[in-house]
Design a protein around this ligand. Structure first.
Ligand SMILES: Cc1cc2nc3c(=O)[nH]c(=O)nc-3n(C[C@H](O)[C@H](O)[C@H](O)COP(=O)(O)OP(=O)(O)OC[C@H]3O[C@@H](n4cnc5c(N)ncnc54)[C@H](O)[C@@H]3O)c2cc1C
Length: 406
């Protein structure tokens, strides 16, 4: 399976660099990161040192211009060993896209170089206790007073927030429209409420925060008042291929475990791999992973070509994420079945891979919400399929004409 077949030399070299770093530094840490529930500062520093935070950014901003495709390749490799570590790179993209999309030049200068160096990291605070899939019920408000915005409300599930140097957040401004803001951390008005322990992605803290008159300058408004929904939509569109890449890496690792185990495990006087039922599991996993890889790389290239704005483009990005999440979960499940009990145990990587993969069906667009957007695009545009080409049978036509003429 040549996973590099249609990549350029730079992307192939990047994959090898990341793969080496994964084997040497990340894979040996993955179990501990999960068990200790500690944000892996050493992995964050490693990413900075290796230049992984620059991958996404264009040369004009000082980046290495390997784009979303480059970052997806890095995430795929890292996710094979540790989904929490891969999530660090996803967060760096999610918390810089809103700034780039809004084209706030002051914030681009202030934030992006620090993100690339590893001296700044952000958190993305959109979800509220009573507003997530349906953002119309958002209660967080921002009001102007003396050249500053004063923000009041509550945000839930904010990933990576206890280590964040800045928050990207969203609040209702006048007329009830949603606006987007950057706030420096620590901020006396942003109060830590609690850390929620999830089933997986345990290396990243997910926390709830209260905004109690949190103040930020009007210069930290992203775009204009009322641009928040569009900034959130586009930022989330742009990271769907990266989430798909996380699922892809996770599913690849499940296959690698299953193949090794099937070839080594003795049963009925032969190896497990000789059982056709096991071979069918392996085949299903490879079929789904191959499709996931195509969808992920296609979606990544779309973002690199600025095709993440229309809902028709977004449909393909969402398809990649939805399919990848499903593949990652199903592959981990199949791999656990092949491992016959060993993979279910806490000491086995598959147990963690399974828990981490489940996060993908919920995070940054639930499965249902993304599928509904795909359906809407299909109904509105046909997604390039057009109308049916099959002809009705003569009998069927005759029946219809009879009904119409009655
Ligand atoms: C570990 C973790 C980390 C997260 N990190 C962040 C973060 O950093 N920043 C952030 O802003 N958010 C974050 N989130 C929130 C996440 O992105 C989702 O938006 C959120 O979990 C989904 O919202 P909810 O749990 O309130 O579900 P709800 O929105 O209440 O939905 C409940 C269920 O209804 C389904 N549903 C919704 N609408 C429809 C519909 N029209 N038809 C059919 N079904 C529907 C949903 O898919 C879901 O299954 C995180 C979540 C988790 C679990």
């Amino acid at each position: 399976m040549d996973i590099n077949s249609d990549l350029n030399e730079e992307h192939k070299m990047l994959r090898q660099t990341v793969r080496d770093a994964v084997r040497q530094h990340i894979a040996p840490r993955a179990y501990e990161i999960d068990q200790d529930r500690q944000y892996p500062e050493d992995i964050f520093s490693l990413f900075a040192e290796k230049g992984f935070f620059s991958i996404l950014f264009p040369k004009s901003l000082g980046g290495s211009e390997l784009g979303t495709l480059g970052l997806a390749i890095a995430i795929e490799e890292i996710a094979r060993a540790c989904a929490s570590s891969a999530q660090i790179l996803i967060l760096s993209a999610l918390t810089t896209w809103p700034i780039r999309i809004s084209n706030n030049k002051g914030l681009i200068q202030k934030i992006i170089p620090g993100v690339m160096k590893g001296s700044l990291r952000g958190a993305f605070a959109l979800t509220e206790p009573n507003a997530s899939s349906d953002l119309s019920t958002m209660v967080t408000k921002a009001e102007i007073d003396n050249g500053n915005y004063h923000i009041n409300g509550e945000k839930d599930f904010v990933s990576g927030s206890t280590v964040a140097d800045y928050f990207i957040t969203f609040a209702k401004t006048k007329n009830g429209s949603m606006s987007a803001f950057m706030l420096d951390m620590p901020n006396p008005g942003i109060i830590f409420l609690r850390r929620d322990e999830g089933m997986g992605i345990k290396g990243i803290p997910h926390c709830d925060w209260s905004f109690d008159n949190a103040i930020t300058s009007t210069e930290n408004l992203l775009g204009n008042e009322g641009d928040g929904s569009e900034i959130a939509r586009l930022s989330m569109n742009a990271i769907q291929p990266l989430l798909a890449a996380r699922g892809l890496g996770s599913a690849e690792e499940s296959i690698a475990f299953s193949r090794n185990y099937a070839l080594e495990r003795k049963i009925y006087g032969d190896t497990l791999s000789q059982l056709q039922a096991i071979q069918l599991y392996l085949a299903d996993m490879v079929i789904n992973v191959s499709a996931t890889r195509e969808l992920t790389y296609k979606a990544s290239k779309m973002v690199d070509n600025d095709q993440f704005v229309t809902e028709e483009d977004a449909a393909y990005l969402n398809i990649a994420k939805v399919f990848s999440a499903k593949t990652a979960i199903k592959s981990a499940d199949n791999a656990m079945q092949i491992s016959g009990g060993h993979g279910y145990m806490e000491v086995h990587p598959l147990e963690r891979i399974y828990r981490d993969a489940r996060h993908l069906r919920l995070y940054m667009g639930t499965d249902e919400v993304l599928r509904l957007r795909v359906a809407k695009s299909l109904l509105e545009t046909g997604l390039g399929l057009g109308g049916p080409v099959s002809r009705q049978s003569t009998e069927e036509r005759a029946k219809r004409e009879f009904r119409e003429n009655r």
